[in-house]
Design a protein around this ligand. Structure first.
Ligand code: ATP
Ligand code: MG
Length: 565
């Protein structure tokens, strides 16, 4: 590509809401432009990168035996009602009406559509197993779209769905996809980790996420110091503590804490450690409020909480008015002692082994000291409801946990018969008997990968693309070409030669001075730069520099093509 014929539109200033490096750099390079919240145009530069990612994904999916198809984005309500997800998917589902008032959604995912396709297409076990995939635009009305294309509302996903007669066959394909994902992210040059995952709104049994490791990641992942255990913190089990609960030693005493509401304030005021306090969170249950009690130094895990029998499948905090109505007390002073009996009290395993603890006094401006379970506070059930923390024992019994941040770029699920059953997707087995198919589903956030790669690969000057994603592999920078015919000719010749070798090469023929030219090329992250100058030509060399290095190397003109390929 000759840059004079391309639309490169780098900018210096970016809006203040671009909080993370990838968002800033995608705007500065002009890869994306915002149309509306979470909705972006991919410029010609951005699309070059996106397409490279897409092609790697496609090649590896094809190699793994999956079959590409393309499903509609707009999906009828009736199909989503068959699986119960028209309601259950929640606010993320963008619902639309046509001129006849018929309702549709813009597809956030395609389990319904593919299962409908499969129930019509697949009749016999002989057609199984089969794995269909597409690379297509999705829409999810995210509560907080942010970080540019990282958490967008409209984004590009590769989604695959496999169909099987047996659970064993599903497990085989799950393994195949797990390995394929490993190959895709390795080929793209990303540092990633596969972690055990919660199955969320998609449902099903086994599930792993592929997480690109980056400090700016929205996900926390827990991994063991001594085994290959790794899990999203949403899923990571916190083991029951080994010690038993000591017997009560103190009397229950209500003490004034006029303005102290948070654990930090209360523990400092009363001179006790946060770990000796019980934090009580009130959430909306199926039947009024539910109290979740964790140790003061721990946090409630909302995903675990959402799964409690008392909960409607999601964990939403009660607001102040609800809390006052249900308890007569303001938030900040709630505790398990003397809570109205209709509020179930679910106690985390670690909080359950405390004796003589501090907790809210259930009267404004007070807390209890010397509180004890059973003696003073009713316990509905003890459960694992907290987030694991650094230093916890690994759930597999080997080593302790560390916590790192990650960006979820892929997710594989064994769905089992969850969708096939609801949509009656059956085939005849070898005995002529009708069987509900087993399903797997496998997603990759194609557009998110672009941002994730930048999070992992950037410096002060801009992006350092992993080679397979770079918009161009090489840029040729002629110096003073307008004044020097030889520089112009040599640059053209090199451009033709590298192009002929099938190398993705950019010729910066805009006629910029070296400073701004180099700055642009570093910003957009081209891995290899070749400078053609009068001085170099006199010595029979080009100047070569690899992006990220600080030294130029003089390379003989006839060696350069060799070096690059
Ligand atoms: P997240 O937890 O990040 O919201 P998810 O678990 O809801 O994602 P999946 O349903 O597993 O997402 O979708 C498959 C893949 O699509 C994800 O692994 C992620 O890479 C990508 N993805 C999901 N939501 C978004 C989004 N809002 N913007 C960009 N990519 C997304
Ligand atoms: Mg996911």
């Amino acid at each position: 590509m000759r840059l004079s014929r391309f639309h490169l539109a780098t900018v210096k200033e970016v809006p203040a809401d671009a909080e993370i490096a990838s968002h800033r750099l995608m705007l500065r390079t002009g890869m994306i432009r915002k149309l509306a919240a979470g909705i972006y145009t991919w410029s010609p530069l951005g699309l070059r990168v996106l397409s490279k990612v897409e092609n790697v994904v496609r090649e590896e999916m094809n190699r793994a035996g999956a079959l590409e198809l393309l499903m509609p984005s707009v999906q009828p309500k009736e199909l989503w009602e068959e699986t119960g997800r028209w309601q259950k998917f929640g606010g993320q589902l963008l619902k639309i009406k046509d001129r006849k008032d018929a309702e549709y959604c813009y597809g956030p995912t395609h389990e319904e559509v593919i299962t409908d396709y499969a129930r019509n297409e697949l009749r016999s076990y002989k057609q199984l197993p089969v794995n269909f995939y597409q690379i297509q635009t999705k829409f999810r009305d995210e509560i907080r779209p942010r970080f540019g294309v990282m958490r967008a509302r409209e984004f590009l996903m590769k989604d695959a769905y496999s169909f099987h007669l047996t659970a064993d066959s599903l497990a085989d394909e799950y393994r195949n996809m797990y390995d394929t994902y490993g190959r895709i992210f390795t080929r793209l040059g990303l540092k990633f980790r596969a972690v055990q995952a919660d199955t969320g709104a998609i449902g099903g049994n086994a599930s792993h996420e592929f997480q690109v490791l980056a400090d700016s990641g929205e996900d926390a992942i827990a991994f063991s110091s001594e085994s290959d255990y790794a899990a999203n913190i949403e899923k990571a089990e916190s083991l029951a503590p080994a010690q038993a609960r000591p017997a009560p030693a103190q009397a229950l005493e209500r003490v004034p804490t006029p303005t102290q509401k948070t654990i930090d304030e209360v523990s400092a005021f009363l001179g006790v450690k946060p770990a000796q306090c019980v934090k009580t969170i009130l959430v909306r249950g199926n039947d009024g409020l539910v109290a979740l009690c964790v140790r003061g130094d721990h946090e409630v895990n909302e995903v675990k909480a959402a799964k409690l029998a008392e909960m409607p499948g999601e964990s939403v905090l009660a607001d102040e008015a609800e809390i006052v109505r249900a308890t007569g007390t303001k938030p900040g002073f709630i505790g398990p002692v003397g809570l109205p009996e209709n509020i179930p009290v679910i106690v985390d395993r670690d909080a359950a082994v405390l004796a003589d603890f501090v907790c809210g006094g259930n009267a404004d401006g007070t807390h209890y000291r010397g509180a004890n379970w059973e003696r003073d506070a009713h316990v509905t059930r003890v459960e694992d409801i907290r987030k694991v923390v650094e230093g916890d024992a690994s759930p597999d019994g080997r080593g302790t946990l560390s916590i790192a941040r990650g960006i979820e770029v892929g997710h594989v699920f064994q769905l089992g018969d969850r969708y096939a059953e609801a949509l009656k997707a059956t085939v005849l087995d070898d005995a002529g008997k009708s069987q509900v198919m087993q399903m797997g589903c496998y997603g990759i956030g194609v557009s998110r990968i672009v941002a994730a790669a930048i999070e992992q690969n950037h410096d002060d000057a801009g992006i350092l693309w992993p080679e397979p994603m770079a918009p161009w592999q090489v840029v040729i920078c002629p110096i003073n070409a307008a004044q020097n015919a030889q520089v112009r000719e040599e640059a053209d010749k090199l451009y033709a030669e590298l192009s002929a070798r099938g190398i993705d090469v950019l010729l910066d023929d805009r006629g910029l001075r070296p400073g701004p030219m180099f700055a642009d090329m570093e910003l957009i992250g081209i891995p290899h730069r070749i400078v053609v100058s009068e001085r170099g030509l006199a010595a029979g060399t080009f100047e070569y520099r690899r992006r990220g290095e600080s030294e130029n190397r003089a390379i003989a003109r006839d060696e350069i093509a060799q070096l690059i390929s």
